[in-house]
Design a protein around this ligand. Structure first.
Ligand SMILES: Cc1cc2nc3c(=O)[nH]c(=O)nc-3n(C[C@H](O)[C@H](O)[C@H](O)COP(=O)(O)O)c2cc1C
Length: 387
């Protein structure tokens, strides 16, 4: 039986010290120019006892941006910022993958170069909000803008954009990358059989066409970084960001699992349950849960590591999931916000701290970000200086 604290080689290649992953979380703390800063390096280093850290979603190009104050990897300054993050995480014994995204239609034109329209699989607008600049210059939630449908050539060119981002990630010291193909962003928009009504080689009713963009990028990423260094995040039944329910979701998931495995992708990161917003229940985001019967089929189709994320809050729940034999790593998102030492707390049975929702995004300073202390067994809290 696998224990949550057993080490292993993810995708047969990258050594992890335990089966705990820190899930990717956008925290909107970058410096001007979408540059990762010293505070972010401290934040990630504080969490280095996770077997794997997956960073917040990171822009591969200026056009991929959907939220203010999220980081990029496409300028020298951004790469320098990330290099300090990876240096600090490695100094503390951690392993860190960079999550790469293109938000596609989930953007506002105020975030786009020259205020152009966001890039879409089609011209259909997402009935959803993004965090952007209001007309008065302040930041807040704004309705996503109507996108422009990408031409066939532009989709093909994006493969090179992602391949460059992979090279940049390696140069910045990352152990690998995760392609963000979940939660209603560009890859997910292509894969969805209802949303993707294109009639070119990247769309339509055939699964081979709808998944071509993601599979081409995955293949390019593996070519760039080598097998074992590329993961893919999927949320097959997710409704977040106005994604339509997809009657072909299971078929697509199993096809992707087989093909991504064949391409040498190290892990599938499956989002089981999405974060509900203030006024919505989880059920409104997920048409169906990733139940065990389906996971067993994914397991058969994909030969490497499977990470499961969503709603895990304690050691017993995580261990039960591992005991099914269907997954290899458990990812924790929200619990990592207030518990930098989550792995130690789970191992020792120490209580978990809770973060207020107001701490999730939008502040520039340490408050609600790096000021959550590791657990002190004497009942007090201490502040760890990681600089
Ligand atoms: C503040 C916050 C930011 C998030 N940002 C991202 C992100 O950048 N990329 C991503 O794939 N998921 C993101 N998520 C989703 C989480 O990775 C995770 O799937 C979700 O929180 C459910 O896991 P949990 O129940 O352990 O929190 C975010 C979640 C939160 C709470």
């Amino acid at each position: 039986m696998i224990d949550l604290f057993d080490s292993f080689f993810m995708g047969g290649t990258v050594p992890l010290k335990n089966r705990i992953a820190m899930a990717p979380m956008t925290r909107t703390r970058t410096s001007d120019g979408d540059i990762p800063n010293a505070l972010m390096a401290t934040y990630y280093a504080q969490r280095a006892s996770a077997g794997l850290i997956v960073t917040e979603a990171t822009d591969v190009a200026p056009s991929s941006k959907g939220y203010a104050m999220t980081p990029g990897i496409h300028t020298d300054a951004q790469r320098d910022g990330w290099r300090e993050v990876t240096r600090q995480v490695h100094r503390h014994g951690g392993t860190i993958f960079l999550q790469l995204w293109h938000v596609g239609r989930m953007a506002h034109s105020s975030l786009m170069p020259d205020n152009e329209a966001p890039w879409g699989v089609t011209a259909e607008r997402a009935d959803a909000a993004v965090f952007a600049h209001r007309p008065d210059g302040t930041l807040g939630h704004m309705a996503a803008s109507a996108p422009r449908r990408l031409s066939t050539g532009e989709v093909a060119a994006l493969t090179d954009t992602f391949a460059s981002a992979c090279a940049d990630a390696r140069q910045a010291g990352f152990d690998g990358v995760e392609l963000h193909a979940a939660n209603g962003y560009l890859f997910d928009q292509f894969v969805n059989s209802v949303l993707n009504t294109r009639t070119d080689r990247y769309g339509g009713s055939r699964v081979e066409d709808r998944t071509r963009f993601l599979l081409d990028v995955a293949a390019a990423a593996v070519r760039e970084l080598g097998p074992g260094r590329v993961g893919v995040r999927l949320s097959p039944f997710g409704r977040f960001n106005a994604m339509p329910a997809d009657p072909l979701a299971e078929q697509t998931l199993l096809y992707l699992a087989r093909e991504l495995g064949r391409h040498g992708v190290a892990y599938l990161h499956l989002v089981y349950e999405l974060m509900p917003t203030e006024n919505m229940e989880v059920a409104e985001f997920t048409a169906r849960h990733l139940d065990h019967a389906l996971l067993a089929k994914v397991r058969d189709a994909f030969p490497w590591t499977i990470i499961w994320c969503g709603g895990f809050t304690d050691r017993a729940g995580a261990q039960n999931a591992l005991d099914t034999g269907l997954v290899d790593v458990i990812a924790f998102g929200r619990p990592y916000i207030a518990n930098p030492d989550l792995a130690e707390r789970l191992r020792n049975g120490w209580p978990l701290a809770a973060a207020a929702r107001s701490a999730y995004y939008t502040r520039r300073d340490a408050a609600g970000y790096t000021d959550f202390a590791p657990y002190a067994n004497d009942g007090t809290t201490t502040r760890e200086d990681l600089q």
